[in-house]
Design a protein around this ligand. Structure first.
Ligand code: NAD
Length: 421
């Protein structure tokens, strides 16, 4: 099939390159010239394991442009993969979605073939039908579900495992209304053997939010239990090993520590809270999930100050800046509030991350960055913020370590504090 992808960030590039590997042709549309140039030079616009190799292998099957009309004319189906960040009050910001929908609509006006538009970005329920659809209809003077197809296909990939998740998803959810779009989709996803759930459009939108809200809840729950464990001298990891063995519960997402970050959970939980309030609901559980998560990284500072009460002028090492290992993404990383607080307290920070230092430097140019994890250990205390595998190789003996992510080797430190163990 001929596919165009609007927005070539973490989701767009992985989805598009994944589709080329399955034999499709893909045109990426982006407004960011640097990303377009990178893609056209077969360079990944973001760091994701295995992406570069797939981009090289399939280099004849894709290119990138900022020209919507060329991309949409030359494709049969368009995925919208632009960002959906938060507004100040936590509600979803649909500015990128709206501008993409308008541009698509303008181009569709002059296209006679049936074209399918799929919203893959995470959008609160009813956005596809109440925001995207009217914008495309107005600009194109065509009718959705008759003159063009419109669907919602939420994305569940995990950064750091995104390529694997593209090829082996747990499920594919497709929110559709018209049969023509449904059959085009069945053809596009024919090579996938996972369960495929066909729903109406707003249900597909809600499945994404309910999934993320539940996973975020599991993490905040593990952290709340973990905080109690810490006070009682119990290791939360052993507790959750026991809990997770119950088949009704499942062991995933019980890694107690300093909370969740990233481009999805924080903003999606907040967006669902805002949507709930808009329709007159009071989402108490989700509010508590956010509150626990906001508090959790600061537990590291509490533990640090137990050993170094006055941080002024002290050299504090930070291991890990990305919101999780195997990515360069620092959006909502727990490292951000930790570094902010350390700066406020007058500490001197030396930080290392294998992939995320360039991104972090844009936010915090004033701290010191170093090219190796060992250098970070030459500090008055070390905080482990991201669980990169290489941090398991370090020699922590003689050091003061506050561990937010349960690095086994770090437990050998002279002074060691785990956040929830
Ligand atoms: P991103 O910020 O990495 O990428 C978005 C891209 O869209 C950028 O390259 C940007 O330049 C481009 N863009 C913005 N406006 C545009 C326009 N009008 N036309 C063309 N391009 C435009 O975002 P992301 O992390 O890939 O997330 C995209 C969506 O997918 C979000 O809704 C997010 O919630 C959802 N999602 C993300 C993940 C994840 O792990 N990152 C997982 C599942 C779902």
């Amino acid at each position: 099939m001929k596919i165009s992808i609007v927005g070539s960030g973490y989701v767009g590039i992985v989805t598009g390159i994944g589709f080329t590997e399955l034999g499709n042709e893909v045109i990426f549309i982006d407004t960011d010239k640097a990303k377009i140039n990178a893609i056209n030079n077969q360079e990944p616009p973001i760091y994701e394991k295995g992406l570069e190799e797939l981009m090289m292998k399939n280099r004849d099957k894709y290119y990138a442009t900022d020209d919507y009309s060329e991309a949409i004319d030359k494709s049969d189906i368009t995925f919208i993969c632009v960002a959906t960040p938060s507004n100040e009050n936590g509600s979803i910001n649909l500015a990128y979605i709206k501008s993409a929908a308008k541009e698509i609509g303008k181009t569709l006006k002059n296209k006679s073939d049936f074209h399918v538009i799929v919203v893959k970005s995470t959008v609160v329920p009813r956005t596809t039908e109440e925001v995207v659809k009217p914008l495309i209809e107005n600009e194109s003077r065509k009718k959705a579900f008759e003159d063009f197809g419109l669907a919602m296909n939420p994305e569940f990939l995990r950064e750091g495992n995104a390529i694997e998740d593209f090829f082996s998803p747990d499920r594919i959810v497709l929110g559709v209304k018209d049969d023509r779009t449904k059959s085009i989709f069945e053809e596009l996803y024919v090579q996938f053997s996972c369960p495929k759930l066909i729903t109406d459009i707003k249900t597909a939108e809600m499945i994404k939010y309910a999934s993320n809200a539940f996973l975020a809840t599991k993490i905040s729950f593990a952290n709340e239990i973990g905080n109690i464990c810490k006070k009682l001298g119990i290791n939360a990891y052993e507790v959750f090993k026991g809990v997770g063995l119950d088949h009704r519960i499942n062991p995933a997402f019980f890694r107690a520590g300093i909370g969740f970050g990233g481009s999805c959970f924080p903003k999606d939980v907040k967006a669902l809270i805002a949507k709930a309030e808009e329709v007159g609901e009071n989402p108490k559980i989700m509010r508590a999930v956010v509150e626990v998560n906001d508090r959790q990284p600061l537990k590291m500072l509490e533990l640090l100050k137990k050993h170094i009460p006055n941080l002024k002028g002290k050299r504090i090492g930070i291991l890990g800046l990305a919101f999780k290992p195997d990515t360069d993404d620092i959006r909502e990383s727990r490292a951000i509030p930790i570094v902010e607080r350390l700066i406020e307290e007058g500490a001197k920070i030396i930080a290392y991350d294998p992939k995320a230092m360039d991104n972090f430097r844009k936010l915090f140019p004033q701290i010191e960055y170093t090219s190796s994890a060992e250098n970070v250990l030459n500090a008055d205390a070390v905080l482990v913020v991201t669980e990169w595998d290489e941090f398991e190789e370090l020699d922590y003996t003689e050091k003061v370590v506050i561990d937010g992510r349960m690095i086994e080797r770090a437990r050998k430190a002279a002074i060691y504090e785990g956040v929830c163990w």
